[in-house]
Design a protein around this ligand. Structure first.
Ligand SMILES: *[C@@H]1O[C@H](CO)[C@@H](O)[C@H](O)[C@H]1NC(C)=O
Ligand SMILES: *[C@@H]1O[C@H](CO)[C@@H](O)[C@H](O)[C@H]1NC(C)=O
Ligand SMILES: *[C@@H]1O[C@H](CO)[C@@H](O)[C@H](O)[C@H]1NC(C)=O
Length: 627
């Protein structure tokens, strides 16, 4: 304890719990982020996570308006790791031509991303669990760059919770026989040395960043995720919630676009399958809640709980039964894009909810802010902004104007999507490319969507949170047309924004007749600007493509924006080829793992029956590149 002179008591109170404690000798705060896979905010899965509820939301802030700007694992993680929109990383899918681990490497994006910056700030940077799709048994020896330690689940094993194969720092893959993926991803268990990983980090001199990325509750192929055996019978009566967009009538469905308008009504079998998927998910995330519990307990034991930001989120959202789709992600709608986010840590109030709008690409700048990295050292290409102030003061003191820069969320996608229940046999839905804009405001909230077929959708989220009543369908009222004209112009900017134009799209949208700066949707709605927005270029796709092609997405705003798209900070990847991840060479556990006795398995138990994969079992490796 340091002594606080009475005179500065007020200042000390203001600083109490703040990141940079008064004591100059104190260690800078650690950061632990736990990111689940394909979880949801709006299907209620978090209600089944008591530790998350009590310890992170109860002792921290829950953010209700956090978004993933691309609803797919690999692109969303790439966006998180680079602090950029997907149109800037051009990692836009989990497979070619959109992206995967191979494309990320070939583009050289792995030479300049989060862990490199974290280390510049003087932190240790470690990663455990799922990395980018395509990190596999044939390229494990080219491990993710930048981390002081990385231990990643590898393909083709990753989606089998009972066949846990991981590569540590690019070493030969190890199979943890008899264990469940969630239990091996727990950072208390995860290390080959006999000292627990988190223990070692906590005992070290440097502050640290640790990313814990469990695979749950991702589907296992087209089957629901397999929970740990100790959770396999929980919540027998739970069913997927039926919100207003659940399996809608023909009358509603026909107002949707692309493949959606032709989706058939889910029959009782598909509904039952959707319920089984929901059940598998809430059982599988019990293991994620345990990870949160273990991390917090260890931080507390080491006296570092109050000096660590603990963040919980997921990579992208999920729908079950929405718009007649029994299960999956990749849609532009609210359930696929609005994500869980809870944060506790130094200076973060306890038990508060925040409505501030934010996105995954804001994490990187927020972390650099927490770590105190000199702004001059920040990468110049970040599209996001630091949220640290808003994390600490979650209730906005002044209400922003409707549609101000901070309320604008860009959401995008390229390529097909898959239906994730066995009854639909991995049904692939093509033409799932789109540009989406959300105005996330307490007073007035909108979703505007332009599909690659140039069909449009508009939802008044204030009145219609489940996006049922498409106001752009059929005859559009003059009032809604005026609104569409404004939203189109903002979308014209956000679809290709970089850096400041992402942080403030209005900077590129000033009507020449404006007497004062137009910096909100509210201000832009003034009738004197009707002509400017009416004659503004329209968002347009030439056709539906599987990847981001500038010629296909003309026009751009401001003109020439297509030359940016983050290209100066990555290598061209035309005609890149993905390595073939091969077939599983080792068998899964004979019995489902994760019984109660494995809840706190010791390192000795975890290591008791490991197997190092042979060349025969992995198949031939891809050639390692020169760096
Ligand atoms: C949007 O919905 C709200 C709430 O029902 C309503 O008050 C408002 O008039 C609607 N706005 C438009 C432009 O339709
Ligand atoms: C996809 O969109 C193209 C237009 O780009 C159209 O010709 C084609 O029929 C669409 N396919 C499906 C399955 O909707
Ligand atoms: C995105 O990636 C695809 C596939 O590699 C490539 O053809 C395309 O040119 C890239 N687009 C941009 C804008 O870099």
């Amino acid at each position: 304890m340091h002594v606080v002179p009475i005179a500065s008591l007020a200042a000390a109170l203001a600083l109490a719990g703040s990141a940079l404690a008064a004591d100059a000798g104190s260690k800078r705060p650690n950061v632990v982020i736990i990111m689940s896979d394909d979880q949801d905010r709006l299907l209620g899965s978090m209600d089944y996570m008591p530790v998350l509820q009590k310890e992170l939301m109860g002792n921290g802030v829950e953010f209700e308006n956090h978004y993933g700007t691309i609803s797919n694992c690999c692109p969303s993680r790439a966006s998180f790791l680079r602090g950029q929109a997907a149109h800037s990383t051009n990692i836009t899918h989990v497979r070619p031509p959109g992206g995967n681990y191979d494309k990320w490497r070939l583009a050289g994006e792995d030479k300049n991303y989060l862990p490199h910056w974290i280390k510049k700030a003087g932190y240790k940077a470690e990663y455990v669990g799922k990395f980018l799709n395509g990190y596999s048994q044939v390229n494990y020896h080219i491990p993710p760059k930048g981390w002081d330690h990385v231990d990643a689940l590898i393909e083709p094993y990753i989606n089998d919770y009972n066949n846990v194969v991981m590569s540590q720092n690019g070493e030969r893959p190890v199979q943890y026989r008899g264990f469940h993926s969630n239990d091996v991803t727990d950072p208390l268990a995860n290390t080959k040395t006999s000292i627990d990983r988190l223990d070692r980090l906590l005992d070290a001199e440097d502050p640290f960043f640790l990313a814990v990325m469990p695979y749950a509750p991702h589907v296992s192929g087209d089957k629901p995720p397999t929970p740990q055996a100790r959770h396999a019978d929980k919540f027998p009566d739970a069913k997927a919630p039926r919100f207003a967009n659940w399996n809608p009538s023909d009358e509603i469905q026909k107002t949707k676009s692309v493949f959606l308008k032709d989706m058939k009504l889910m029959d009782s079998e598909a509904e039952a399958s959707a319920d089984r998927l929901f059940l598998g998910r809430i059982r599988a995330i019990q293991g994620v809640d345990e990870i949160i519990e273990d991390v917090l307990a260890k931080l507390e034991e080491k006296g570092q709980l109050e000096n660590t930001y603990v963040i919980f989120t997921t990579d992208n959202g999920y729908h079950i039964g929405a718009h007649r789709l029994p299960g999956g992600k990749a849609l532009p709608y609210i359930q696929d894009t609005n994500l869980p986010l809870a944060v506790r840590g130094p200076g973060i109030p306890r038990g508060v909810k925040s409505k501030v709008a934010s996105a995954h690409l804001d994490f990187a700048p927020t972390f650099l802010d927490i770590m105190g990295l000199d702004k001059k050292e920040w990468p110049e290409f970040l599209d996001g902004r630091s949220l640290l102030e808003e994390w600490k003061k979650p209730v906005p003191e002044a209400k922003p104007e409707i549609g101000s820069a901070k309320e604008i969320i860009n959401i995008e996608f390229w390529g097909d999507k898959v239906v994730e229940i066995p009854e639909y046999k991995g049904m692939k839905l093509s033409n799932n490319s789109y540009k989406t804009l959300r105005i996330v405001s307490e007073e007035s909230s909108w979703m505007f969507l332009n599909w690659c077929t140039n069909e449009m959708e508009l939802y008044n989220i204030t009145a219609d949170p489940w996006e049922i009543n498409n106001l752009a369908y059929g005859e559009v009222t003059p009032e809604h047309q005026r609104l569409i004209n404004r939203l189109n112009s903002i979308l014209m900017v956000t679809k290709s924004c970089t850096k400041d134009s992402c942080r403030d799209p209005w900077s590129a949208l000033q009507p020449p007749e404006a007497q004062s700066r137009v910096s909100s949707l509210e201000a832009a709605m003034a009738p004197e600007h009707d002509e400017f927005y009416e004659t503004f270029p329209k968002v347009h796709f030439g056709r539906c493509m599987q990847y981001q092609d500038e010629a296909n997405e003309q026009p751009f705003w401001p003109p020439g924006a297509e030359n940016d798209l983050g290209k100066a900070h990555r290598q061209p990847t035309d005609n890149w080829v993905s390595s073939n991840k091969g077939k599983p060479g080792v068998k899964p556990n004979a019995e489902p793992a994760g019984g109660p006795e494995q809840r706190h398995a010791t390192m000795e138990q975890l290591m008791a029956d490991t197997h190092v994969l042979t060349d025969d079992e992995t198949g031939p490796l891809v050639p390692a590149e020169e760096d």
